[in-house]
Design a protein around this ligand. Structure first.
Ligand code: CP
Length: 309
């Protein structure tokens, strides 16, 4: 995988073969016996995580994945406590030069797509985008890989499924998911029309170019009723106010859902999914979070193994 791209900044770095190779590797990588050749190799490798925004799942699962591969993790702690915090006036370019002289691979999160680009341009080692804001230019590719893997594990395929999107359709996890789904055949997406935070024009264009069918509905319950996958991208309090209660998913609202449908969310879920959904047969968001470790093991293994061959 990722043969043509040093970094994993967005889903455009991956083709369908890459994604399927990650699925296959994620199925087996946890059961690798050590100390084998790979484990010895990863024992010399160092992952640094540099997060300017809070994270639970992405940071912890990348670190767990690296440790499970037999590698080591550089404990930077909060990037905001480093000199590269804007109030301390060290440039992102200098921070990248220094950090990349310490580690073999860096996982990076920042609220700004521009900050990520500057960091990547000045890093001597591969960088994984762990989220770079929301809206135009923002992505969260490793989240999309966890989402696609969870869908693949549940249905035995991704091709041909109908995916309903709720919440703010401009969030980075939704944007990377759309870019990932666009690589599969026969996909359709269902969204509510005239939302406060509709699909971005560039995402609609990407869908058109890749034959992804877009269905628009007047009511949120019709979106819920139309998906094999019901994916909630999340809300914040102000957005929730604008969307009203329509996009707050409850067990009662799942009476509209298809019998076999699954509910997914990148988490955290306040304001988007009620806890009474957790005990329904539809809930898959915690399974998706757990899949973060094997999927990220597969990603790290692929990116760090290049120099082995
Ligand atoms: N899904 C996700 O990105 O979660 P964190 O913000 O906790 O990393």
């Amino acid at each position: 995988m990722l043969q043509s791209s040093r970094d994993l900044l967005g889903m455009s770095a991956l083709d369908l073969t890459d994604i399927e190779a990650i699925f296959e590797r994620a199925d087996t990588v946890q059961h690798k016996e050590g100390p084998g050749r790979l484990r010895q190799y990863f024992g010399t490798k160092l992952l640094a995580s540099f997060f300017f925004e809070p994270s639970l799942r992405t940071q912890a699962s990348f670190e767990a994945a690296m440790l499970r591969l037999g590698g080591k993790v550089l404990g930077v702690g909060s990037a905001n406590g480093s000199r590269a915090n804007s109030s301390h006036e060290e440039s992102m370019a200098d921070a990248a030069r220094v950090m990349s002289s310490f580690a073999d691979l860096i996982v990076f999160r920042h609220s700004s797509p521009h900050a990520l680009n500057v960091f990547v341009e000045n890093s001597d080692v591969p960088v994984i985008n762990a989220g770079n804001g929301n809206g135009v230019g923002a992505e969260h590719p490793s989240q999309a890989l966890c989402d696609l893997y969870t869908i693949h594990k549940h249905f035995g395929r991704v091709h041909g499924l109908s995916v309903s999107l709720l919440g703010n359709l401009q969030k980075r996890a939704i944007r990377s998911l759309i870019a990932g789904l666009a690589k599969f055949e026969g996909m359709s997406l269902n969204v509510q029309d005239k939302l406060a935070f509709p699909l971005l024009e560039e995402d609609v264009n990407l869908m058109r170019q890749n034959g992804l069918k877009l269905n628009l509905f007047d009511r949120a319950e019709d979106v819920i009723a139309s998906g094999d996958v019901i994916y909630h991208g999340g809300l914040t309090a102000d957005w929730q106010t604008q969307l009203g209660e329509d996009h707050f998913l409850t067990a009662a609202k799942l009476r509209f859902a298809r019998e076999h449908s699954i509910v997914m969310h990148p988490l955290p879920r306040p304001g988007s999914i009620a806890i009474d959904v957790d005990t329904t047969r539809h809930a898959k968001y915690f399974q998706c979070a757990a899949n973060g470790v094997p999927v990220r093991m597969a990603v790290l293994e692929s990116m760090l193994s290049r120099s082995m061959h």
